[in-house]
Design a protein around this ligand. Structure first.
Ligand SMILES: Nc1ncnc2c1ncn2[C@@H]1O[C@H](COP(=O)(O)OP(=O)(O)O)[C@@H](O)[C@H]1O
Ligand SMILES: [Mg+2]
Length: 237
């Protein structure tokens, strides 16, 4: 059952802004079985929720962290703020947030076939994706990006970390763009944030990063940088 979590000093703002789920309503095996992936800040776990059914919790460890806690909290907040504003068939859907004793989890839809990188390697020959499937992926990813860049009149979201590991697939091979932990707001649109601001990140995967950003990692993020990443993804197909 959804409810408002008890606020901690450092996450009060988030838990009052987002739909919260009781940790006890989410079942997961804390061993490898339900572990779907791990990144620099957290682990994605498959869970079963009483009402939502199969979901994913992207868990960020917060207890016991001394140095990185603010950075972790900033990352969770950035990802949640943006995902809450996005509703599109090619962008992973968010449900809300939960809190275990030592970690905070972003609850989102479970995209059952996993990420594009794993799917490609499982095929054995990474160069063997049929042309029609390549075109389908290209079209669906660009559809998701177009929405991300243009759906809001005031601002343009830039994903900043598009790569095969962050492109999820449903069992019928429908694309869902995921991992909004690096998202930025493009200043090119004239948006200054207003009531909505996020802190951008300086983390990037070099192979997919546009040359102008590699030259100056602090430069303004632009939608064209996602388009460069989109092209790089197809080097693999
Ligand atoms: N909603 C989801 N459904 C299925 N698998 C997911 C989902 N979210 C994440 N994963 C898996 O977990 C991995 C890591 O999640 P991601 O959001 O990319 O976190 P990180 O910021 O740590 O890279 C992904 O590459 C994917 O394999
Ligand atoms: Mg990722």
């Amino acid at each position: 059952m959804a409810q408002v979590l008890s606020a901690r000093k450092y996450n009060a703002r988030m838990t009052s802004s987002f739909q919260s789920y009781e940790a006890s309503s989410l079942k997961t095996s804390w061993d490898k079985d339900d572990l779907l992936g791990r990144g620099s800040f957290g682990k994605a776990r498959r869970c079963i929720h009483d009402q939502l059914g199969k979901v994913v919790a992207k868990c960020f460890k917060v207890e016991g962290l001394s140095v990185n806690k603010d950075k972790v909290m900033m990352n969770i907040e950035r990802e949640m703020k943006v995902l809450y504003r996005l509703k599109h068939q090619h962008i992973v859907a968010i449900h809300g947030i939960t809190e275990w004793s030592d970690c905070i989890g972003i609850i989102m839809e479970y995209v059952e076939a996993g990420n594009l990188d794993d799917c490609l390697w499982l095929q054995g020959d990474i160069k063997n994706v049929p042309l029609l499937l390549q075109l389908r992926f290209a079209h669906q990813i660009s559809d998701g990006l177009r929405y991300l860049h243009h759906h809001d009149k005031k601002r343009s979201y830039v994903h900043c970390d598009l790569k095969p590991e962050n492109i999820l697939l449903t069992p019928d091979l429908m694309v869902k763009i995921a991992d909004f932990g690096s998202v930025a707001i493009a200043t090119a649109t004239g948006a200054t944030g207003g009531s909505f601001t996020i802190t951008s990140t300086t983390q990037h995967t070099p192979f997919y990063t546009a040359p102008e950003l590699l030259g100056n990692i602090l430069s303004d993020k632009k939608p064209s940088m996602d388009v460069y990443r989109w092209e790089r993804v197809f080097v693999f197909l």
